[in-house]
Write a protein that binds this ligand. Sequence first.
Ligand SMILES: Nc1nc2c(ncn2[C@@H]2O[C@H](COP(=O)(O)OP(=O)(O)OP(=O)(O)O)[C@@H](O)[C@H]2O)c(=O)[nH]1
Length: 509
Amino acid sequence: MTSLSAVNNTLYDTLTAKLPPMLAKSLARAPSLPSLPAVALEVLEVARSPDASLQDYASVIEHDPALTARLIGAANSAHHLNAAGSACTGLEATQRLGTDATIATVLSFTLLKDIEANETAVPIWQRAIAAAAIASQLAQKLCPDRLGYVFTVALLQDIGVLALQMTFPAQAQALYERHDQSHMQLAQNERHHFGCDHTLVGAWIAARWGLPESLVHAINESHDSVFTDDNVAVCVRLSGPLADAWLSANPARAFSTLLYELSVSNTEHVVILEALFYAMHRQIALLSDLLKLAIPLPLDSVEVLTEAKQLLYQHALVLGARLQAQQETLEALESRHGQLLERSRIDPLTGLANRAWLEEQLHEHFARCRLEKRAMTVVFIDLDHFKALNDEHGHGTGDEVLQCFGQALSSLVRATDVAGRYGGEEFLIILPDETAESARQLAQRIMTLLDREPMARSEFGPLYISVSIGIACLEDGMFASEHELIAAADQSMYHIKRSGRSGVAVYGH
Ligand SMILES: Nc1nc2c(ncn2[C@@H]2O[C@H](COP(=O)(O)OP(=O)(O)OP(=O)(O)O)[C@@H](O)[C@H]2O)c(=O)[nH]1
């Protein structure tokens, strides 16, 4: 809230249009709406000026001795007392507080001044004060540079209730007297009675006062979800439910229930809130003292804190057990997923990559190597006379040969290479970053191994096989896609087939 926009008529008109017509009319005509005292309006006026200095704020505030005293008190409170010495003048106090906190203090003091005169407003102000104290405590952790702003929004978030109380006293009395309803139920009942709830009415009043647009929106959205990345919004939106918990008949239970609900989605906030709970009573006491409030806030006590601690401990246990169970389920699912993924990539007979995985890898490597102008070579291998082998020794022996050849390939390639079964008795090796020459050496090693090692045994003795190998290297052609590269390797392999089999040919060489 370092700079305030001029009174935003468009925003005010938009919000007026959003109010149910009857309500808009009644509110606009209501003689006793909450109003900002002259000094607060002057402070806002100063804030609207882009060149406003702290001296300008101080000059306005110093016309009101009570306010000056309160401001000095705020500046010298433990909350702000990090500079050496005490603030003695309005200017020193403003300097220490900064504009955000100055405006927050002016608004809170001037608005709360006449509180005792309006009995029915007491619970609302209790909630506002507790919420503002809690919100600023939260802001110290989550967004310390927006502390004053957060304080002001939290303090004003229920100003719409006061407006509704003042405009429709009879209806409001019936509505707000029910202490058994939660704040959200209250808002729902307001919607039922008035056609909208107090967040919209509060935003409308804030716009009418000429408060900054962001503040108006923040009031309007104060009931929105606390699960947002916007820390300022988190502080404001949590402050209301926390204040309700604090002011409830059983604060410990209410607070721990709230924590429990939050912990389902956000453990980080829970840690902050647990710490906050223990600092909260001090903070609220400090604030009530600062604002010289005559409102009794149910503060204290050792009993509440002890009970809350026990409940939190129980919740922590339940939560811990649930997290553990969730973690185990997640790990089991991940492992199952991993197994399924692995299975979907593997050819079951040879244990090498299957055709689908080979094609995916080919696509990726081709795109990357071409983009980065790196080498890449593919080796296409076709077993010779495999039909005859099947016919002669049976399909089972054929399978055994494929299996053994798969293992042989695995033992010859490196971890960065991808070896797979491309089709029945066709194999493919992808060699990223390798030239045709190293692929030729690999092909030679395969041929040598096949000369040396039988791939199966039959009743007539060991079975040796030969292969025809075609190689294609990315840099040896104008390949527009991985398919063209494979086609080139296949073409080279067929060249070997046609020239008598058992050999190696490199595309373009
Ligand atoms: N045992 C077995 N045979 C298979 C498998 N997949 C394909 N085949 C056989 O492999 C043989 C391939 O035959 P062809 O394409 O004529 O090739 P070839 O006999 O190796 O002849 P050339 O490639 O010209 O040397 C066919 O008889 C297929 O049935 C398999 O998984 N197991």
